[in-house]
Design a protein around this ligand. Structure first.
Ligand code: ZN
Length: 135
């Protein structure tokens, strides 16, 4: 069910709002970054995502993919969301919302959420990694 959630970083400098259907699916990836930050994410379109505060506190961390913006709070270091610009596999800009940064989500809702695993480590996003228990 589509619902509007409020989210934030740890210090509260960054606050956002997003319309999500968590029951439609969430994702975890085994790439070098996701593994270290243990990112559990859900996708949101730009139309379903609004930064409410702290845009100026966001620091952009980029790896070798020029369209992937691994944003984090310059004050507390928490990563409330990422932005992926085009060109990408979906053909549209999207946000990866960090589920751990949603402030008003139900634990039961999270437990029921389907998780899809991506083999980002091998750049094989359509495949499930052989091992996922550490993610
Ligand atoms: Zn912060």
């Amino acid at each position: 069910m589509l619902r509007t959630y409020c989210g934030s970083c740890h210090c509260g400098a960054i606050r956002f709002e997003t319309d999500l259907d968590i029951s439609a699916g969430t994702g975890k990836c085994n790439c070098t970054l996701c593994r270290k930050i243990r990112l559990w994410s859900v996708k949101a379109s730009p139309a379903a995502f609004r930064v409410r505060a702290g845009e100026a506190a966001l620091v952009d961390y980029q790896l070798n993919n020029p369209v992937a913006h691994h944003l984090f709070c310059g004050r507390c270091g928490v990563r409330p969301f990422e932005r992926v610009d085009v060109p990408n596999m979906t053909g549209a800009t999207y946000y990866n919302i960090n589920i751990a940064c949603l402030d008003d989500v139900d634990i039961e809702e999270l437990m029921a959420a389907p998780v899809r695993y991506y083999d980002g480590l091998n750049d094989d996003w359509g495949s499930t990694p052989a091992e996922t228990r550490h993610l």
